[in-house]
Design a protein around this ligand. Sequence first.
Ligand code: E4P
Length: 217
Amino acid sequence: MKFFIDTANLDDIAEAQALGILDGVTTNPSLMAKEGITGEENILNHYKKICEIVDGDVSAEVISTDFDDMVKEGEALASLHPQIVVKLPLIADGIKACKYFSDKGIRTNVTLVFSAGQALLAAKAGATYVSPFLGRLDDISTDGLNLIAEIRQIYDNYGFETQILAASIRHTMHVIDCAKIGSDVMTGPLSSITGLLKHPLTDIGLAKFLADYKKGN
Ligand code: E4P
């Protein structure tokens, strides 16, 4: 399973990259705003900075909601850096734009996916990634993991190459459950990645090994 970090915070991205296990970054307009990155030029520069830190794919989301503007904006984003993946919302014009970009060999991430039917449309349009929002479904008492499982089954039935990018990950158990289901990618905050390191028996075991080493030396 690929590990993406879901943030526009350069320190968090660098920390995950330094672990050596990071495969990419996802961002969205809210994450950019959280870091105080506003205005077209600053946003484009920030994407470039992210691409310089990581080796993998960097999802950059369009703001436009109609086909012509999505195409213009997506082409500008894609031309920024070879690692950029154009992120498009799952609306009719987003699906049209996804088909347009996939026909041109420009990679896409179809976002704001909350149903298996939406994921089927994204795959039909040739999306590189589809982003079902696990945590936001859980937030409204709906089984987000079940959606990931449904999409896995549908994509496997027909051999769709669109990769399932489990998004809106909140914690480590989401990561583990997505891995069990066979999600291709997960994207979450730094804590959902570094939390996987933690086990008290590891800490206790290491302390004992080091103490025993000191006794003998
Ligand atoms: C996906 O690419 C989105 O950026 C993201 O995962 C949204 O997560 P949230 O529900 O934590 O905002």
